[in-house]
Design a protein around this ligand. Structure first.
Ligand code: AGP
Length: 610
């Protein structure tokens, strides 16, 4: 995690760096800092807290320069304090910003201490600052010094170094964490993500693992792991700078919840024709792969993992293929047995989540038939490294709590499920019916969003509680899990999800008037069983809040609030539509509690460390 920005220009780069940091805050926001070269002096400002604190510090004590680096932090080594904030400086010679984790930092620190280097922070980054400095003191220029220093590093890094000894260039390196180079007119930039630089340029080059880039105002040279010059493709971003603004909304999360009808329609658009899926949208290799798939293995983290759990229903029940789903941090270390004809699917909004990426890389070496990605960021490592992919078209998701990324993942996974089903005996008639249902989802989501005023009222019942339970059955059990994750993530209320049938095996003991119980009740084959589970809660004095299908036969009564969902939601559509009121509920609970909705404590949007 952490966000880095750097710039070389013939004007003051401080405003570019601060705006870039503001746009990267989703990557971490516990402290921020900037350093620039003014003449041959390194000037630095650092502050605990968000970028606004740093901005204020710069107003109080201005600094300016044409070469600079900046950082917004999500602490891994050392608490969020000013002395742990980046940039880190080595002996007043050079400054560095770093995203990632240096795994062998302890031994390197001992070696550097023995050489007389003093450490002022608890970070792993300071080790890299001293290592590069040590190389420059041996006579190397900045590029050669960084190239030599990174050979000593184990772990993951995206870093940029600026040296007093060379006032015209910055050097960046990438291993396992994203780095993008932005190309301007007479100035150039480096950042963790294109979003940081959209106010300055649309032209980008993406570094690959092992790359080192040397950047000046007039150009960028890129070298591979062996130090050979390489060309990296220049891409034009279609994102607009204001796609990452809040507009009329109080929070990004609310904006992103309300963007869902558009995002879902965009994700479906051009992927189907005549109510049939266009298989070519998965890429040229897809058809040959789909013909051979015998089973599916899905791996992801957090919300994306919940999307995978829903997809299990699409793939097992819809396509008749065995499907296993697990979290990436477990998968990557358990030596999974890979059966013949297994398709590996990684799901990730960012495409840079360290555990998911590591799982993909592991899978590529493990004898799978092929690897597939469901992802929201076209330039991400996940997309570049997978055999086939289907992009969600959610647009930039800034709120740490994932909303539109989840529902667009569900729609993309449903399309994938239909494509696999087609090769496994699904009739044209059923395929057309499924696609028609998917195309209708944006309208149903539109209707579900209209429940907001009622949900705002319900939120008042949760705001003073310490715990909540979420219940679902079948494909809406993962929806309940996602609802619980949303509530705990942004309101800090402890929330757990259970398959409703599991309640009587233990968690029912927790139920009392202080434990609100949320249930999602679509009108499916399990609704009667769900109703019995809800009665079990009511009989123990639990307070139920149920999002129910109008035909589910669930009426409000003492201890049981019922909100009626839109009419005629089909089983394929239910996970998508029932997610929406749960997102709004957690948003409004958090609003009443006054928490930081878009940037909840201790979290970051993009988890690029293990
Ligand atoms: C959910 O609201 C979280 N932000 C988190 O669980 C997230 O889904 C997870 O970190 C995975 O991220 P990814 O989709 O970018 O891989």
């Amino acid at each position: 995690m952490c966000g880095i920005v750097a710039a070389a220009a013939q004007r003051d780069v401080v405003p570019i760096l601060v705006e870039g940091l503001r746009r990267l805050e989703y990557r971490g926001y516990d402290s921020a800092g900037v350093a620039v070269l003014t003449g041959d002096e390194i000037q630095r400002r650092r502050r605990v807290g968000k970028v606004t604190e740093l901005d204020q510090a710069i107003l109080d004590q201005p600094l300016q320069g044409g070469l600079g680096i900046a950082h917004t932090r999500w602490a891994t080594h050392g608490e969020p304090t000013e002395h742990n904030a980046h940039p880190h400086i080595s002996e007043d010679n050079l400054a560095i910003v770093h995203n990632g984790i240096i795994e062998n930092h302890a031994e390197l620190k001992e070696m550097l201490k023995a050489k007389g280097y003093r450490f002022e922070s608890e970070t792993d980054t300071e080790v890299v600052a001293h290592l590069v400095n040590d190389q420059t003191k041996q006579g190397k220029d900045l590029l050669a010094a960084v190239q030599a220093a990174i050979h000593e590093l184990q772990g993951a890094y995206a870093l940029v170094v600026m040296s007093k000894a060379d006032t015209s260039r910055l050097v960046a390196a990438r291993m396992g964490c994203p780095v993008v180079v932005g190309l301007g007119e007479g100035e150039n930039y480096i950042a963790s993500d294109v979003q940081a630089l959209l106010t300055e340029t649309r032209r980008f080059q993406f570094l690959e693992d092992g790359d080192v880039a040397e950047m000046t105002v007039s150009g960028v040279r890129i070298f591979d792991t062996d130090g050979n010059p390489v060309e990296r493709k220049i891409s034009e971003s279609s994102l607009s700078a204001d796609a990452v603004e809040k507009g009329e909304y109080a929070h990004y999360m609310l904006k992103e919840i309300f963007e869902q009808p558009r995002a879902l329609a965009d994700t479906l658009s051009e992927r189907v024709a005549g109510n049939r899926i266009l298989e070519a949208v998965f890429g040229p290799k897809a058809q040959a792969i789909f013909e051979k798939v015998k089973r599916v293995h899905i791996v992801a983290c957090g919300t994306s993992y919940h999307a995978g759990l829903v997809a299990q229903y699409y793939i097992e029940q819809g396509a008749g293929l065995p499907c296993r789903v697990e979290v990436a941090s477990e998968y990557r270390y358990r030596n999974p047995v890979v059966s013949e004809g297994a398709l590996f699917i990684a799901i990730s909004q960012s495409g840079e989540t360290a555990d998911t990426l590591a799982a993909l890389r592991y899978a590529k070496e493990s004898g799978y038939l092929a690897t597939a990605a469901i992802c929201n960021v076209p330039e991400s490592s996940l997309v570049r490294e997978s055999d086939i992919c289907l992009m969600t078209r959610a647009g930039p998701e800034i709120g740490v709590a994932s909303t539109k990324a989840f529902t667009t993942q569900l729609v993309a996974l449903a399309l994938l499920g239909v494509a696999l089903a087609r090769h496994n005996g699904m009739t044209d008639r059923i395929e057309r019916a499924y696609i028609r249902q998917l195309l209708h989802v944006p309208v149903l989501v539109e209707h579900a969003l209209k429940l907001e005023p009622q949900i705002r009222e319900w939120a008042k019942h949760f705001a003073d509680k310490r715990h909540a339970l979420f219940l679902g059955r079948g494909p809406t059990y993962p929806v309940a899990m996602e609802g619980a994750l949303k509530l705990k993530e942004i309101s800090y209320i402890h929330a757990e999800a259970y398959a409703a049938g599991e309640l009587k095996h233990g968690p029912l003991a927790l139920v009392d008037a202080e434990m609100p119980v949320v249930a999602v009740a679509p009108n499916n084959a399990l609704v009667e069983k769900l109703k019995s589970n809800l009665e079990e809660v009511r009989a123990r004095g639990g307070r139920l809040f149920i999002f129910a299908d109008p035909d589910a036969g669930i009426e409000p009564s003492e201890g049981m609030e019922v909100m009626t969902m839109p009419d005629h939601i089909e089983p394929l559509q239910a996970p998508l539509v029932y997610t929406v009121p749960l997102q709004l509920l957690s948003y409004h609970v958090a609003l009443i509690r006054g928490t930081d909705v878009d940037q909840p404590r201790n979290l970051a949007k993009s988890v690029t460390v293990e």
